[in-house]
Design a protein around this ligand. Structure first.
Ligand SMILES: O=P(O)(O)OC[C@H]1O[C@](O)(CO)[C@@H](O)[C@@H]1O
Length: 533
C-alpha cells in the first residue's frame, strides 16, 4: 500500500486537497483529509451511518437522557447557546452563572474583593481530570504578559508536586485566590489538595476561607465544606455537564476570567463551531469529517492510535486535554446493547516540531499503528520576525517542518489529518474544543457506545480505597508487634490475603521516616522485615 501511495502524482493530491478541503473563512478554520487514504466508496459507506448519529446528537441537544447509565442529560452544548437549553430554568441558570463569573472576576480585578495581603495577584486552582485539564489548557494556550492574575495548579495528590507549587507561591499566599474545583465534590486527590493548601495558609497565619472559592454541585461534600467554613464564593456545577466537557462551564470560565481572558470570545468560538457541526450533512460538517476519518483509520475498532501534533507551543496541552476527552469518552468495555466491544482510540502527542526529535522516527519508519493529526497555525506571532536565514524566519522553519513531516508520513503510507486555524486566540481555542467534543459524540454514535460515563475509572477508585483500608490494618499490626515481621506475617496477623499489596504499602511507608516504620532488606521482598522505628 505504501508503494502505491508514494507514487500518487502531486497534481492528483493537489486536486484531492483542493476539492475535499472543508473550510470556513469566517471562523478562520480548515480541515484536510486528503492524506487519509480513504476511497470515495469507503467514504460513502461510512457516510451512510451518519443519519442516525446526527439524530442521536439532535436528541441529546434537545435534552434526552443521553447518558442512560447515569440517568443524566448531556448539556455542554447549551453552555454556549443557553437559548437551546431544554427548559427556561436551565437557560436562566447558565446565564446567571456567566453573569456571576463576570461580576466576581471584575470585583477581584478592581480590588473590591481582596486577600488578607491586598489585591489578588495569583490563582491556585485545585482539581483533577476534567476539573483541571481544561483550565490548564486554556491558561497556557491564551497566556500573555497582560494576564491579570498568575495561574498555578494542583492537579494531583503528589506531595512533592504540591510543595513545588507552594514554594512558588510562598511570598504571595496572602494575595492568592484558591479555586477548588470538583463536580462531585468528593474526589480524594482534590480534597487532599484543598487540605494541603489550607495547611499552608494556616502555617503562614493567613485565614483560608476568605480567599477560597468552590466550584461544585449543590449539596456536595465540597459545597458543604465551603458553606460551613464561610468560603468567599461558591459557583454552581450541574449534573448535566460531564467533567471532561466542563471547560465552558464555571469550571473553565472562572479561572479563565480571573486570568483576564476573553471568555465571551471563547464561548462564541465554541458556539460558532457548534453551529457548523450541528449540520446533519457529512460533507458540510467538520466534526463529521473528523469522526469519519477516525472510523476509517481505526476500522471502527480504534485499531490505530491518534497522534496529535500541534505546531504551536501554546497548544501543547491540547494533546493532553484531548487524551481525556477522547479516551475517557470512547474507551468502553460494553456497547449500548451490553455487548463486549472494548472500544477506544489511544491518544498521545505533544507538539511539533519538538516531537520530530523524539518519536516521529517511529511514525515514519516503524509500526504503522496510528494516524496523525497536525494542527497548523497560520499566524506566527504578534509582531514581526527576524530572519534566521536570508528571507526565512523561525516561523517558516516551523511551517517547513510541519509540511515536510506530513509529506514524509504520506509517502510511507501513514494517514494524516490537518486542522488549520488562523491564530491561537480565545475564539479559535473555543472552536477547537467544540469541534472535538462533537466529533467524539458522533464517533460514539457510530460505534454505539455511551460516551458520557466512565465506569472504568470508578473501578480504580474503589481499588485505591481498598488499599488505603489495608494500610491502616497493616500499620496496626506492625506497630503493635515488638518483633519485626515479613509481609506474609503481617498479612496473616491482619487477616488479609493480599500480601503483595501489604508489602507495597509497608515499603512506601518505610521510605518516609516520619511514618514510623522501618524496613530491613532481605534477599527477596518476601524476606524483607518491617518494624516500628
Ligand atoms: O470534578 P470531579 O468530580 O472532582 O472529577 C474529576 C474527574 O474525575 C473523573 O470523574 C474520573 O476521572 C473525571 O471524569 C472527572 O473529570
Amino acid at each position: 500500500m505504501s508503494a502505491e501511495l508514494s507514487i500518487t502524482p502531486q497534481a492528483e493530491l493537489w486536486a484531492r486537497y483542493s476539492a475535499g478541503l472543508y473550510r470556513n473563512e469566517e471562523l478562520g478554520f480548515s480541515l484536510d483529509l486528503s492524506r487519509v487514504n480513504m476511497s470515495p466508496s469507503e467514504q460513502s459507506a461510512i457516510a451512510e451511518m451518519f443519519p442516525m448519529a446526527f439524530s442521536a446528537m439532535a436528541q441529546l441537544e434537545a435534552g434526552s437522557i443521553a447518558n442512560k447509565d447515569e440517568g443524566r442529560m448531556v448539556g455542554h452544548y447549551w453552555l454556549r447557546a443557553p437559548q437551546l437549553a431544554p427548559t427556561p430554568e436551565l437557560e436562566a441558570d447558565i446565564l446567571q452563572a456567566i453573569f456571576d463569573v463576570n461580576a466576581f472576576c471584575q470585583a477581584v480585578h478592581a480590588g473590591e474583593v481582596t486577600g488578607s495581603g491586598g489585591k489578588f495577584t495569583n490563582v491556585l486552582l485545585i482539581g483533577i481530570g476534567g476539573s483541571a485539564l481544561g483550565p490548564q489548557f486554556i491558561a497556557t494556550a491564551l497566556a500573555s504578559s497582560h494576564d491579570k492574575l498568575h495561574m498555578s495548579f494542583f492537579d494531583n495528590t503528589d506531595p512533592d508536586g504540591i510543595d513545588l507549587v507552594l514554594s512558588s507561591l510562598a511570598s504571595c499566599l496572602a494575595t492568592t485566590l484558591v479555586v477548588v474545583v470538583s463536580k462531585s465534590g468528593g474526589t480524594p486527590e482534590t480534597r487532599n489538595g484543598m487540605l494541603e493548601a489550607q495547611a499552608a495558609f494556616q502555617a503562614a497565619g493567613i485565614p483560608f476561607a476568605p480567599q477560597a472559592v468552590a466550584i461544585t454541585q449543590a449539596g456536595s461534600k465540597l459545597d458543604q465544606t465551603a458553606q460551613s467554613e464561610g468560603w468567599l464564593k461558591t459557583f454552581p456545577m450541574w449534573d448535566w455537564v460531564g467533567g471532561r466537557t466542563s471547560v465552558m462551564s464555571t469550571v473553565g470560565l472562572v479561572p479563565a476570567a480571573l486570568q483576564g481572558l476573553d471568555i465571551d470570545s471563547l464561548l462564541e468560538g465554541a458556539g460558532q463551531m457548534d453551529s457548523l457541526t450541528r449540520v446533519p450533512q457529512v460533507k458540510e460538517n467538520p466534526a463529521a469529517h473528523l469522526a469519519m476519518a477516525w472510523y476509517h483509520c481505526g476500522q471502527g475498532r480504534g485499531s490505530k492510535d491518534m497522534v496529535l501534533l500541534p505546531y504551536k507551543d501554546r497548544l501543547a496541552l491540547f494533546s493532553k486535554y484531548l487524551q481525556q476527552l477522547v479516551m475517557e469518552s470512547l474507551g468502553k468495555e460494553l456497547d449500548r446493547k451490553g455487548q463486549k466491544v472494548n472500544q477506544g482510540i489511544a491518544v498521545y502527542g505533544n507538539k511539533g516540531s519538538t516531537d520530530q526529535h523524539a518519536y516521529v522516527q517511529q511514525l515514519r519508519d516503524g509500526l504503522n499503528n496510528f494516524f496523525a493529526t497536525f494542527i497548523e497555525v497560520l499566524k506566527d506571532r504578534q509582531g514581526d520576525s527576524i530572519e534566521v536565514d536570508a528571507g526565512v524566519t523561525s516561523g517558516d522553519y516551523l511551517y517547513g517542518f510541519y509540511a515536510g513531516t506530513r509529506k514524509a508520513l504520506y509517502e510511507s503510507g501513514r494517514d494524516s489529518i490537518t486542522i488549520t486555524v488562523n491564530e491561537v486566540n480565545a475564539h479559535s481555542v473555543g472552536a477547537l474544543i467544540a469541534l472535538y467534543e462533537r466529533a467524539v459524540g458522533l464517533y460514539a454514535e457510530l460505534v454505539n457506545i455511551n460516551a458520557y460515563h466512565q465506569p472504568g475509572v470508578e473501578a480504580g477508585k474503589k481499588a485505591a480505597a481498598q488499599i488505603l483500608a489495608l494500610q491502616s490494618q497493616a500499620v496496626e499490626v506492625v506497630v503493635s508487634n515488638k518483633a519485626s515481621l515479613t509481609a506474609d506475617e503481617v498479612a496473616k496477623l491482619a487477616n488479609a490475603s493480599d500480601v503483595e499489596s501489604i508489602y507495597g504499602i509497608l515499603r512506601h511507608l518505610a521510605a518516609n521516616p516520619s511514618r514510623g516504620i522501618v524496613r530491613q532488606p532481605g534477599k527477596t521482598p518476601a524476606e524483607d522485615r518491617f518494624g516500628k522505628l
